[in-house]
Write a protein of this length. Structure first.
Length: 461
């Protein structure tokens, strides 16, 4: 691969700059109450209409819970008063054939209270004790389950006597030992304000002032740990090993064939590709929806730096290249935040900008890696750093505590595997640029080390 082969690699780099993250398929909505609203009316087999459903999930200290469901009927209550066995058959059928939560509940009792059907179920093993606190994960998706919507007008999880809610469950209103969500018994999964996509835990402890902070964080961390471990196994381990092997192969090829394009030409190519990665999405989708990425911004800035001869002289060592690469990542972040804010595309622009910068970390690390390519021990250390950078990229795309599920999870797995295979090849021009910048204006000697110009001294490392 001589210098004439570098344009091909540079052209491939544009794929990394504008490569979209795969669209994640939305999981199917699941009702939080399998005994409420339309499900109760449908199971009854009579002309019954539920006007309001309320649920109280009582948590006991031994880990069991009791569901108390009250379905107020606007019509159809006469049939249950006249035939009590119909109400019991309806409640029994829901215990085994409902769609939603809870799973494995047993019918305890059923009765009519005026026009309201009162159903009581018991779930013997529905909580876990973590760091001495009770953790209820009913509303958490477990890292693989569908997201839930509140198909009851009020859904309350109530802790044991003397306990309080020790955390702040997303979307819930907390009052002492009660965490309550409001929804609609007839609004369906897409009714405004009834979804639980935040996937909350509810933690109960003896005293809120004594259990908030580290202890609650420990309980939540221990509850989430199995999900994190599964995410690492699915999205990190094999993909990272693949990236490490692919990058090592690319480095061996570059070191053996020693492409030597002029740094300014390579910088111009990187700058042009970076500009394409920035301007292309804006031109194609408009400013508000443009997926401007940190890898594109980084390549543009790096190209401009390499094109300037005075700046090139200041980045001849791996250390200086690493500092410059880190600085360019900071510049990319500071540039993307106002772009995302003004574009109004994202609700949390700081977080989205930080994740976008995470995608550019491996691209930044391979710049000083190229500078050390002829010094094997140092090259190995920077290679390991680049592998760690790929882990940062993965974590920028996948939240290990709440990973994508279903089809979205499969697409993400394949995307990361493909990026692990192709990414090092796309980053090869940056590796070559780092090596050429370290060589200085006179190129390399036959031993692979930099040869300074006559009368000049090589810069210290």
């Amino acid at each position: 691969m001589r210098s004439r082969a570098l344009p091909a690699l540079s052209i491939l780099l544009v794929g990394l700059l504008v490569l979209p993250v795969p669209a994640l398929a939305s999981p199917q909505p699941t009702p939080v109450c399998g005994f409420c609203g339309e499900q109760f009316a449908a199971e009854a087999g009579v002309n019954a209409t539920v006007a309001e459903s309320t649920v109280v999930v009582r948590v006991h200290g031994n880990g069991s819970v009791t569901w108390i469901v009250r379905n107020e009927l606007s019509n159809g209550s006469e049939a249950f008063h006249e035939r009590p066995e119909l109400l019991e058959a309806t409640a029994s059928g829901l215990a085994t054939g409902h769609h939603g939560l809870p799973g494995g509940a047993e019918l305890a009792s059923v009765r009519m209270d005026g026009d309201t059907a009162v159903l009581v179920y018991r779930d013997p093993d529905a909580t876990s004790r973590r760091a001495g606190l009770l953790v209820v994960d009913y509303l958490h998706d477990g890292g693989r389950e569908p997201w839930y919507y509140v198909n009851a007008d009020r859904f309350t999880i109530r802790g044991p006597e003397g306990s309080v809610v020790a955390n702040t469950p997303e979307g819930g209103a907390v009052d002492e030992r009660n965490a309550t969500w409001t929804g609609s018994s007839n609004g369906g999964p897409y009714a405004s304000g009834v979804d639980l996509e935040g996937s909350p835990y509810v933690v109960f402890g003896p005293d809120r002032s004594a259990t908030t902070g580290l202890r609650t964080a420990a309980a939540l961390g221990l509850a989430t740990l199995p999900i994190v471990v599964r995410s690492v196994e699915s999205y990190v381990l094999f993909q990272t090993a693949t990236f490490a092997a692919s990058l090592a192969a690319v480095l061996l090829v570059v070191r053996r064939w020693s492409p030597e394009p002029a740094p300014e030409r390579l910088g111009a190519a990187l700058g042009a590709l970076g500009l394409l990665g920035v301007v292309g999405p804006v031109a194609g989708q408009g400013f508000r929806l443009a997926p401007v990425s940190a890898p594109a911004a980084f390549a543009l800035a790096l190209g401009l730096l390499a094109w300037d001869g005075r700046l090139r002289e200041r980045v001849r060592t791996a250390r200086s290249q690493a500092l410059v690469a880190a600085g360019l990542l900071v510049v990319a972040f500071l540039t993307l935040v106002p772009v995302y804010v003004l574009g109004t595309r994202f609700e949390r622009p700081l977080l989205v900008a930080a994740r976008s910068v995470g995608l550019a970390v491996p691209l930044a690390v391979v710049l000083p890696l190229g500078a050390t390519l002829d010094d094997r021990p140092r090259a190995v250390r920077w290679w390991l750093t680049a592998v760690a950078g790929f882990v940062v990229l993965v974590l920028s795309m996948v939240n290990p505590a709440d990973p994508p599920t279903g089809l979205g999870g499969g697409l993400t797995t394949l995307f990361l595997l493909g990026l692990a295979l192709v990414g090092p090849l796309l980053g090869a021009p940056v590796v070559v640029l780092g090596r050429r910048l370290a060589a200085g204006p006179t190129g390399r000697g036959t031993d692979g080390t930099s040869t300074p110009a006559e009368g000049a001294t090589a810069p210290p490392e």
